[in-house]
Write a protein of this length. Structure first.
Length: 182
């Protein structure tokens, strides 16, 4: 009936991203691809299989590199240590769920947020730094909102929204991994 107005297509899955921990200081985005290929030649990696995304420092001031690879290259890297400079670097899947630091909702950035300031620990209207709540009074704002709209299958909200075992966070992780081509 719609003729040429609608076009059906299957969604394209994303390439997986990997994080390489503790890369040397001399590595940067421009030379990362060549260094990985040159020092890890036994893995038989093609130049188009790797796309460096960004470098960042963790809490311990160690450099970490995030790269995007195809699913075959991912299988070659996982479970092995990568040689970079004089370092033997661990490699792992990189899955990051964006969270707003203002309202604690997923897939939102604080600079784009129009919601109210919400503490991620107790779900009150103050910042995380101002929170003085004890562990017994933790309350997840995401699980509380979920329970508000899903009365038939409530989840426990007696945890911080920063908790990795939060059912809403776990749901978002599952949704994200379903879109990745493993």
């Amino acid at each position: 009936m719609c003729g040429e107005e609608l076009k059906a297509s299957t969604p394209r899955r994303r390439n997986p991203r990997l994080i390489i921990y503790n890369v040397p200081d001399e590595l940067n985005i421009e030379n990362a691809k060549e260094l990985i290929m040159k020092q890890n030649s036994k893995l038989c990696i093609e130049k188009e299989d790797i796309t460096p995304w960004y470098l960042f420092k963790d809490k311990r001031k160690a450099n970490n590199l995030v790269i995007e690879v195809n699913s075959m290259t991912r299988m070659k890297f996982l479970g092995k240590k990568m040689k970079l400079g004089w370092n033997m670097c661990n490699v792992d899947d990189y899955i990051k769920i964006n969270r707003c630091y203002k309202c604690s909702k997923f897939n939102l950035r604080a600079q784009d947020c129009k919601g109210e300031l919400t503490c991620p620990i107790c779900a009150e209207n103050h910042s995380l730094q101002e929170c003085k709540t004890t562990k017994e009074l933790y309350k997840c704002i995401d699980c509380t909102n979920f329970n508000k709209y899903n009365k038939k299958s409530p989840v426990t909200a007696k945890h911080s929204s920063l908790d990795n075992s939060c059912s809403c966070y776990q749901h978002m992780l599952r949704r994200l991994t379903e879109t990745i081509d493993y």
